[in-house]
Design a protein around this ligand. Structure first.
Ligand SMILES: *[C@@H]1O[C@H](CO)[C@@H](O)[C@H](O)[C@H]1NC(C)=O
Ligand SMILES: *[C@@H]1O[C@H](CO)[C@@H](O)[C@H](O)[C@H]1NC(C)=O
Ligand SMILES: *[C@@H]1O[C@H](CO)[C@@H](O)[C@H](O)[C@H]1NC(C)=O
Ligand SMILES: *[C@@H]1O[C@H](CO)[C@@H](O)[C@H](O)[C@H]1NC(C)=O
Ligand SMILES: *[C@@H]1O[C@H](CO)[C@@H](O)[C@H](O)[C@H]1NC(C)=O
Ligand SMILES: *[C@@H]1O[C@H](CO)[C@@H](O)[C@H](O)[C@H]1NC(C)=O
Ligand SMILES: *[C@@H]1O[C@H](CO)[C@@H](O)[C@H](O)[C@H]1NC(C)=O
Ligand SMILES: *[C@@H]1O[C@H](CO)[C@@H](O)[C@H](O)[C@H]1NC(C)=O
Ligand SMILES: *[C@@H]1O[C@H](CO)[C@@H](O)[C@H](O)[C@H]1NC(C)=O
Length: 598
């Protein structure tokens, strides 16, 4: 994700050109995902939220008012809500980060597929936002921030349409379970007179002076949060993405080994990242993030037309903050902070991670204050980690391991007398092995983050996140002048996720094998190609299922099999005629690497 373009010029990326005169149909891009598990036979109300073409849109998000429809039942009584984000783009452009917020709460972090010139691209993503019904039940400010740049060499605009569909509840489709209150964990800042919620870090893009903060320990978001005194449970959802110099964070090396590599090979501060949540300075939980590869990553043709998994719908992370309820309900503001730490001795990271979050809060039936206490607290401030490296001639091998365990117990007594014993545990592991071979022309990473997050309330599972995120990347520079390079990626997302008792749980097993070759030349990137082979398996706690096997080779879908009771996806994967045009493509290499004199 290229987000710091105003400040960090061309060394971050490679610009390449391809003349294209071929006109066919628009290329249909998509991320493999389940269709929203919502009742298609319910009465539906579709509302246009916004329509906006993002040309030069830095610091100029779309800000609109959204009011709940009244034709699909009493606001808030819906069986579900989905968003339809449909975008077209024609030209040359980087992939851009998109942030969707409603009522000051970030509800969706997305990114844009890179467009092509000529007939351009189109994509549609249908996003289930049922868990945000407490926000959608009232009128409020809805914001889409999509900071795009138009400048010489970059002319792609993103023409967006965003709609919400509300599904009426009925005897057959009861109202969706929901929390009582959603509390934002975001900061507010003013842009052109409008108060906007925003993840920290964007600031440094807009205000160059803050670039000095590049080497501070971590990007920290600090908030004063006051919960209603009768809150009895709070589940956190976190948004976190590495962008700019942190886009390929898993390819960074520990500072102690940076000197073993030629200057300019990669960034320091190591490859491990954990997102931490602290309540009054105490660690309440941590997340080991999934490595989202954006569509301009290394070889853009590997991510077209099937984007890397998570690029359009970035995964979020879930923690149970209920053990801290006795502290948070004392009627006073408390300091909740989010940050991102590395496994370096000083826990520093590079620029930038963008983090934000929210709390889904449950209230007691009585308005009397909740009481209780934390009865056991075992959580270290940072992960336990180790790093080792070896140098054999020109070959460098580096291994970083980390683990983090959390065990917090509490008793919560609601004003009604309801008593809850809470046990929240996390056992997370991480390993990253990197090889730099053949004078650094070959760069491999083998990374796995895995873990078990479990919260029980009176013995019942309230939250579960069991995940394994294996990532293997083989990156090779294939011509001595650096004008040709290739990548092979084997990336999986295996996750059993139950975010809260009132939020739909799902099990996803996804694997993407993708790769391709890229050719840089002033006359264009003729000969560049990409393939992407995907398997996806989804099942949720209400019995919806969806499977898909879909392959693409150089813009053409070569295999597409869908199954399960949510199939087929309502989004077409291909128009009748697909443009072979590749146009000008924007590629970025790990570590800000610059090869071939670009
Ligand atoms: C999504 O929105 C686009 C643009 O408004 C529309 O053409 C398309 O039919 C919608 N798709 C679905 C599945 O609702
Ligand atoms: C794409 O943009 C180019 C240059 O602005 C223009 O000539 C062409 O007509 C556009 N194509 C479509 C399908 O709009
Ligand atoms: C948090 O709130 C308290 C009490 O209102 C105030 O003293 C403190 O300055 C606030 N802190 C921040 C970081 O806003
Ligand atoms: C909030 O917590 C963070 C993390 O412990 C700490 O660095 C910061 O000083 C605290 N801020 C306030 C206003 O207490
Ligand atoms: C290794 O790469 C560097 C930089 O590209 C180059 O200057 C050097 O000659 C290479 N060494 C060998 C042995 O190829
Ligand atoms: C995808 O499958 C095709 C057909 O079997 C194969 O040629 C290609 O190498 C595969 N791509 C990857 C990245 O594994
Ligand atoms: C790079 O790849 C292109 C396309 O496959 C090929 O035509 C060209 O000869 C290669 N360049 C070098 C220096 O190997
Ligand atoms: C992609 O291009 C590379 C380099 O030109 C070539 O070796 C490879 O066979 C091509 N792969 C496909 C699937 O076309
Ligand atoms: C699809 O991808 C799978 C996995 O790489 C591969 O085994 C299969 O041959 C591919 N099929 C086609 C038609 O590309």
């Amino acid at each position: 994700m290229f987000h710091s373009i105003l400040l960090l010029p061309s060394w971050l990326f490679i610009l390449s050109l391809l003349a294209s005169n071929v006109h066919g149909a628009r290329l249909v891009d998509f991320q493999v995902a389940q269709p929203p598990p919502l009742p298609q036979d319910a009465t539906r109300c579709t509302v246009l939220i916004l329509k906006r073409t993002f040309a030069f849109s830095f610091g100029a998000p779309e800000v609109v008012q959204l009011t709940p429809p009244t034709d699909c039942g009493v606001p808030g009584s819906w069986a579900g809500i989905s968003l339809n984000f449909t975008v077209t783009s024609n030209g040359t452009q980087f992939d851009r980060l998109g942030i969707v917020t409603f009522q000051n709460v970030e509800i969706w972090r997305t990114s844009t597929p890179e467009p092509v010139r000529g007939d351009g691209i189109i994509w549609t993503y249908l996003k289930d936002v049922t868990r945000f019904i407490p926000l959608f039940s009232k009128p409020g400010t809805f914001i889409l921030q999509l900071d795009n740049l138009i400048e010489p060499g970059l002319d792609g605009e993103y023409a967006t349409t965003l709609e919400a569909t509300y599904f009426a509840s009925s005897q057959e489709h009861p109202p969706a379970p929901r929390s009582d209150l959603i509390v934002p964990l975001t900061t507010l800042r003013t842009i052109r007179g409008t108060m906007l919620p925003s993840p920290p870090g964007f600031r440094s893009v807009l205000y160059p002076l803050l670039l000095q903060q590049q080497n501070r320990r971590s990007h920290r978001l600090q908030l004063n949060v006051t919960l209603p005194r009768n809150a009895v449970a709070a589940y956190a959802e976190l948004q976190a993405s590495g962008n700019g110099n942190e886009e390929f964070w898993y390819f960074n090396v520990p500072n102690q080994f940076l000197g073993d590599l030629p200057a300019g090979t990669t960034f320091g501060n190591g490859p491990f990242r954990e997102v931490r949540v602290l309540v009054d300075g105490q660690v309440a939980g941590v997340a080991f993030p999934y490595a989202v590869i954006f569509t301009g990553g290394i070889v853009p043709t590997a991510w077209r037309p099937i984007t890397s998994y998570g690029a359009i719908d970035l995964p979020t992370y879930h923690l149970d903050l209920t053990p801290f309820i006795p502290i948070l309900t004392d009627g006073k503001p408390h300091n909740i902070s989010l940050d991102v730490a590395s496994a370096e001795p000083d826990h520093r990271i590079d620029q930038n991670w963008f983090v934000s979050g929210l709390l889904q809060v449950r209230l007691d039936s009585s308005s009397r204050p909740t009481t209780g206490r934390i009865t056991r607290y075992e959580a270290s401030n940072f992960a336990t980690s180790s790093a080792s490296g070896s140098v054999n001639g020109e070959d460098v091998h580096i291994t970083v391991s980390a683990s983090h365990s959390v065990h917090i117990e509490a008793e919560i007594i609601g004003g009604s007398g309801a008593r809850t014993e809470v046990v929240f545990t996390q056992a997370l592991q991480y390993e990253n092995v990197q090889d730099y071979l053949q004078n650094t022309t070959v760069q491999n990473v083998f990374q796995t983050a895995s873990g078990q997050v479990l919260s029980r309330h009176n013995g019942e599972i309230a939250l579960q996140d069991t995940f394994v995120y294996p990532l293997v990347i083989n990156f090779a520079i294939t011509s001595p002048d650096g004008s040709n390079f290739s990548v092979a990626v084997d990336h999986s997302y295996d996750r059993i996720l139950r975010p809260a008792p009132f939020i739909l749980g799902s099990t996803i097993a996804e694997r993407q094998l993708s790769g391709g070759s890229f050719h840089l030349a002033p006359t264009g990137n003729t000969g560049s190609n990409g393939t992407s082979n995907n398997t996806f398996d989804y099942v949720d706690t209400t019995g919806h299922t969806y499977t898909r096997q879909v392959n693409a080779s150089s813009n053409v879908i070569t295999l597409d099999r869908q199954g399960g009771n949510l199939a087929p996806s309502p989004i077409p994967d291909q128009l009748s005629e697909v443009s072979p045009a590749q146009a000008v493509m924007k590629a970025r290499l790990p570590g800000g690497r610059v090869i071939g004199g670009n």
